[in-house]
Every structure is written in structure tokens, then in C-alpha cells.
Design a protein around this ligand. Structure first.
Ligand code: OMP
Length: 306
């Protein structure tokens, strides 16, 4: 089952993090771009080739230390059919390397249409899980839930997002609490349909790392949901901020970092240590640092509680 596989992989690697493969062509090392552009030209094919080769390097450098990757489709869609090909090739390569692949597609439409989205992604053997937007209501999620059960896949439903403006809608108060709390009640109900043997559901929630107080509330409302937690690093959240997303067993969440990891070679911290040719080693160093910080935050939480 997806949730069991994810929890096993997190435990095995002692690392509750996901590397976000969100390539921005301007930040990809020159040597990769040069090789791709020489082959195909500086066009959608050349750019997509550069993105794929860049991703391959990152995957090779981190596959033994992280349980999963998250591929945000927007960075590929922008280059049309060539970009989409790079997206699927990346997913296939990550899968070959034994990684759990989360396609960050944030779909949401009427059930009839959602069926097609679900077929496209959840019925694709290279993709293990997707993100979806619940704004259109519970009925629109039925096709995804069906495929999660039928094809043993995972789902992460947006509950409280990491962006600065997420409160404008999600924090609105209703007669039964905030909008995000109501979405969480719904996710909790749905999550019971896909519970694994380890007690976690294959239907989880997206909870932004940037809202640690809300995370505390949400952890209580959705005890069996695995939280996908974006916002670490580039959006300002730290290991201390994500700790409330985890349960008392230090499980139940997986923290994403995209830019901060994949472009670590350009950061103030690593740029004097790694050259652009060593961008993948820099990503590995950054992800190991992130893992260490989160594991330290677990220790600190236990120490303070004693
Ligand atoms: O669903 C997501 O992954 C997501 C939800 C959210 O609330 N905030 C958020 O940033 N994300 C995604 O997480 C990634 C964040 O990227 P970095 O800020 O570069 O780490 C992007 O792929 C976003 O699409």
C-alpha cells in the first residue's frame, strides 16, 4: 500500500524529506545547457533535454538518502510536448532508482473530468501519488479515491497551503471553524477509506511548513493522514517549523524542499564548496543537512518534553 511503502522508505532512510524537482532553466548549470543546446538548439527540445539531464544528476546523487521526489508539472508544461516528455522521463528515471514519485499536478474539476486526470496520473505506473485541489468539493475527489484504492496510489489534498496569502480563503471562519479545518475534517473522513497496516492513510494532506500553529491543529484533526509539507527552505520555514506536522512517533509527514536543494550549488552556504559541475553533490549535501536538522528537531522536542 502506498502509505506503508512511504512510511517504510522514510524509516529505512531515516529521512522524512522529499526533493522537489522544479527545474528553472536559468539556474541549471551552464555545462548542462551547453551540451543540450549543442544537440538540439536553444528551444523547447534543448531546454527539456537540459532539464532532464539536470534532474538525472540530482536523482543519482540523492536516491539512496531520500525516500521520494516531487515533480511540479508547471516547470515542464511551460515547454509544451517536449517539457511533458521530460516530466515523464524524470518520473520514470526516479522510479527506476527506487524512489517514490509524487506528481505535483494540483488538479481539481468536476468528477467526470477528474476521472481523466486520475487516469492520466494515478493510472500511470511511473507515478505513485498526486496533489489535488479540493475547492470544488468532495464529489470531485471520488475518481481519485477510487484509483488510490484500485491502483494502490497516494493522494495529497491541499488543506493549508504555504503561500503568504493562503489565509485569505483558508482561514475564513465558518460556523464550524475555519475553512482549512473543515477541509481537514473532510480529508480525515476520506482518509479512513485507504488506511494501511501501519495506521497511516494513502490519502494525505498538504500542510504548509510556514504555518506551524495551524499544523498543530491539523495534526489532531487528521491523525492518520500523511502530511506533505512544502515551504521549507526557500519559503523561509525551518526544521523547528515543520515539527508540528509530525506525530508523537516522529512520523506522518514528509517535508519538501525544491529550490534550496536542487540549486544548492548557487547558495551562499555551498557556493564556495561546490562548483557548478558538482551541483548534484551540493544537492546531496543540502538534503543531508535538512535531514540532520529535522532529526535534531525531533531530539529537541523529546528533550524538552522530558
Ligand atoms: O503542493 C505543493 O507541493 C505545494 C503546496 C503549497 O502549499 N506550497 C508549495 O510551495 N507547494 C509546492 O512546493 C514546492 C515549493 O518549492 P520551493 O519553495 O522551491 O521549495 C513547489 O513545487 C510548490 O508548487
Amino acid at each position: 500500500m502506498f502509505s506503508d511503502n512511504l512510511i517504510h522508505a522514510i524509516k529505512f532512510k531515516n529521512n522524512p524529506t522529499v526533493v522537489g524537482l522544479d527545474p528553472r532553466i536559468e539556474s541549471i548549470p551552464e555545462f548542462i545547457k551547453k551540451a543540450a543546446f549543442n544537440k538540439y538548439g536553444n528551444n523547447t527540445k534543448g531546454i527539456s533535454e537540459a532539464m532532464y539531464n539536470f534532474n538525472k544528476g540530482i536523482i543519482d546523487a540523492v536516491f539512496d538518502v531520500v525516500p521520494a521526489v516531487k515533480i511540479q508539472i508547471a516547470f515542464y508544461e511551460v515547454y509544451g510536448a517536449d517539457g511533458i516528455e521530460a516530466f515523464y522521463k524524470t518520473a520514470e528515471y526516479a522510479k527506476e532508482k527506487g524512489l517514490i514519485v509524487i506528481a505535483d499536478v494540483k488538479r481539481g474539476d468536476i468528477a467526470d473530468v477528474a476521472e481523466m486526470y486520475s487516469k492520466a496520473y494515478l493510472q500511470n505506473p511511473s507515478i505513485d501519488a498526486i496533489t489535488i485541489n479540493p475547492y470544488m468539493g468532495e464529489d470531485t475527489m471520488t475518481p481519485y479515491i477510487h484509483d488510490v484504492i484500485e491502483y494502490d496510489k497516494g493522494l495529497f489534498i491541499l488543506v493549508k497551503t504555504s503561500n503568504v496569502g493562503s489565509g485569505t480563503i483558508q482561514n475564513l471562519k465558518t460556523m464550524n471553524g475555519t475553512v482549512y479545518e473543515n477541509v481537514a475534517y473532510m480529508v480525515d473522513k476520506i482518509s479512513k477509506l485507504a488506511k494501511g497496516s501501519l495506521g497511516y492513510s494513502s490519502i494525505g494532506a498538504v500542510v504548509g511548513a510556514t504555518y506551524k500553529e495551524e499544523a498543530k491543529i491539523l495534526r489532531k484533526i487528521m491523525p492518520s493522514a500523511i502530511f506533505l509539507v512544502p515551504g521549507y527552505g526557500a519559503q523561509g520555514a525551518t526544521a523547528e517549523d515543520v515539527i508540528n506536522c509530525f506525530d508523537e512517533n516522529n512520523l506522518g509527514a514528509i517535508v519538501n524542499s525544491s529550490r534550496k536543494v536542487i540549486f544548492a550549488y548557487k547558495s551562499q552556504y555551498w557556493k564556495d564548496v561546490y562548483s557548478e559541475y558538482e551541483y548534484a553533490q551540493a544537492a546531496r549535501a543540502e538534503v543531508l543537512l535538512m535531514m540532520g536538522m529535522i532529526n535534531n528537531a525531533f531530539l529537541k522536542r523529546r528533550y524538552v518534553a522530558c
